[in-house]
Design a protein around this ligand. Sequence first.
Ligand SMILES: [Mn+2]
Length: 365
Amino acid sequence: MIFEKRIKNIFSNLKREPDAIIIKNSSEPYIDDNFFYVTGLDKGLFEGSVAALRPTGKVDIIISELEAESAKKSNANLNIYKNGEEFNEFFKNTLSPLKNIGLNFSGISHRDFCRIKDRCPNSEFVDVSEAFAKARLVKDEFEIKTIKEACSIADKVMKMIPDILHEGIHEFEIAAEINYLMQKNGADESAFKTISSFGKNTAEPHYSHGNYRLKSGDFTLFDFGARFRKYNSDMTRTFVFGKASKEQKDMYETVLDAQRTGFDAIRPGIEAHDVHDAVSTYIDNTRFKGRFIHSTGHPVGLAVHDAGAGFNSECKVELKENMVLTVEPGIYIPGFGGVRIEDDILIKKDGVEILTKAPREFIEI
Ligand SMILES: [Mn+2]
């Protein structure tokens, strides 16, 4: 069973095995995505729910009646409560025998932590967030298949964008189209707030969208992803609307070459910063030196920025087969505009498989 394997793997990342690991969801948006990682559930909200993981790979979940039907799709042992009293009863029974409890310090609310501490005055608590992160970096077969679906939805939508752009359209209109088209093509929702920026707004890497209207000669930048069964994709393309200037074309070609440098550098055994160093050195050797102002990429999975890692010059994560990450160099010139090209890749034995396939060559619309 795939989830049993995931849970055993999480425990194997710990020097000292706790008696159990407790995942406790708060309310939206403070839901720990590890809950879905260990139960395999891909529908439902599961606010307030608890998952207790054992070193044997078994998992108990405590959920309200409201989500009992959804939870049955998991192989977990279900404890369904009808009221607060029953919840407390289950919670106490699960927790009271535990001397040593692992918690995901990156995913639990402070209030929940205090409550658990109150209920278990004699237990010791250890942070197991790193163990979760480490396990989740390397994707299993099911995860890869699901991420590929999420990538193919985003891809399909990216390919439609040039046909829907026209002079005078607002940034927010295209953002709305993108979100609609992703859902229409099978996404559960957008993976994060869609970026649709034109003109000089493209120089802000995390701009979302506003009421700017498209003019001839503008850069247009679209950064979005689809969420499919809780797994995400994340991709970016930059086009020029109308005829490009030489400067725009140069920026684009430099970013594209920098991305290729990144693809070529990636293989199992190197450290993430090696990829970033290769890409940033490439850009810094051009006249766009210093204009690449973020990390080269990040892991993608149940979270868009998965496992809390960003691949910058300090990141010592060793790259392994079956990791999924983005490669997304960019050049940003304030007051002028920016170019970013972002794709999701799967690390293979001898290099990369690019999962997002929309054309990467320079496009004038
Ligand atoms: Mn990204």
